[in-house]
Design a protein around this ligand. Structure first.
Ligand SMILES: Cc1cc2nc3c(=O)[nH]c(=O)nc-3n(C[C@H](O)[C@H](O)[C@H](O)COP(=O)(O)OP(=O)(O)OC[C@H]3O[C@@H](n4cnc5c(N)ncnc54)[C@H](O)[C@@H]3O)c2cc1C
Length: 245
């Protein structure tokens, strides 16, 4: 099989020694909080006279793998920049905003206006890496992850490319319920009268008959075997619930 070559540019941020903003903080440790997506994000920031010395997230209940990425990465970035006027973490904008806001409140408690802090410039160095693969999947949502797993099961070397700092796509934040129509699992759970036609009827009623019928039919005739594949081959555990699915 022809190998696909993939070149990835890895960005390594190398902080340069540059002049920090010419401000004077009231040295000490200050605590502040701001609302994240699931509750308060509490931050403790320590200042010496001319520098932010440390930023610690002391409490947060953000989404695992999304908001928690911002909670672990952003304090380091703010510290390197000595300013909150930097980009947040892609995909975790609400948590990022909460961290910026809480750190800004600490900066104010230390007697400085956050806007006075000009970000320290960091030089970005591009490092090229060449990867070879039989199959390249672009996008690590449910579809891309399934394609990757199936490719690996068939013995292919697969590279999955994801633009976000986490994989999962919409499934990472979805409700977590799935249609099991037509699966062996659905029958095992005691539902034996379902059919693609019945599922399509439900979906069309729910979608005010505006659904793409070709796609809906594809879904209704394949979802059962997809659930069985996830259960039997991938090892996903499903729990029946009270919803009418
Ligand atoms: C809030 C919410 C709740 C939901 N609840 C349910 C539910 O309970 N049950 C259910 O069955 N469905 C639910 N859904 C729908 C379901 O989650 C989606 O239909 C499904 O996850 C879509 O998967 P996908 O792989 O097709 O697309 P996506 O999940 O959108 O994945 C696409 C991926 O590609 C990446 N990408 C895009 N462009 C590039 C690029 N240029 N380079 C690299 N990567 C790229 C994206 O970052 C993303 O990770 C819900 C959706 C949402 C938003």
């Amino acid at each position: 099989m022809k190998k696909l070559l993939l070149t990835s540019a890895l960005l390594a941020a190398l902080p340069l020694v540059v002049q920090a903003s010419d401000v004077t903080f009231r040295a000490g440790t200050y605590e502040a909080s701001a609302d994240g997506i699931h509750g308060p994000v509490v931050v403790k920031t320590t200042f010496s006279e001319h520098k932010i010395d440390s930023i610690r997230i002391v409490k947060q209940t953000e989404t695992e793998g999304i908001g928690t990425v911002a909670a672990s990465e952003l304090p380091k970035k703010i510290l390197n920049a000595q300013s909150t006027k930097i980009d947040g973490i892609a995909g975790a904008s609400i948590t990022s905003k909460a961290i910026f806001s809480a750190v800004n409140k600490c900066i104010e408690q230390a007697g400085v206006k956050p806007d006075q802090l000009i970000p320290v410039i960091t030089k970005k160095q591009t490092k090229e890496e060449k990867l070879s693969a039989d199959m390249v999947v672009v996008g690590g949502g449910g579809s891309g992850m399934a394609a990757t797993i199936e490719g690996r099961m068939r013995g292919l070397k697969v590279v999955l490319v994801e633009k976000m700092p986490y994989i999962g796509g919409a499934a990472a934040i979805s409700g977590g319920q799935v249609v099991a129509q037509g699966s062996k699992l659905q029958k095992q759970f005691g539902s034996t009268k379902d059919s693609p036609e019945s599922m399509m009827k439900d979906f069309l009623a729910n979608g005010h008959n505006l659904n793409d019928k070709r796609m809906l039919s594809l879904y209704a005739h394949n979802v059962g075997q997809t659930i069985d594949w996830l259960h039997d081959k991938v090892g996903v555990k499903f729990i029946p619930n009270d919803l009418p699915y």
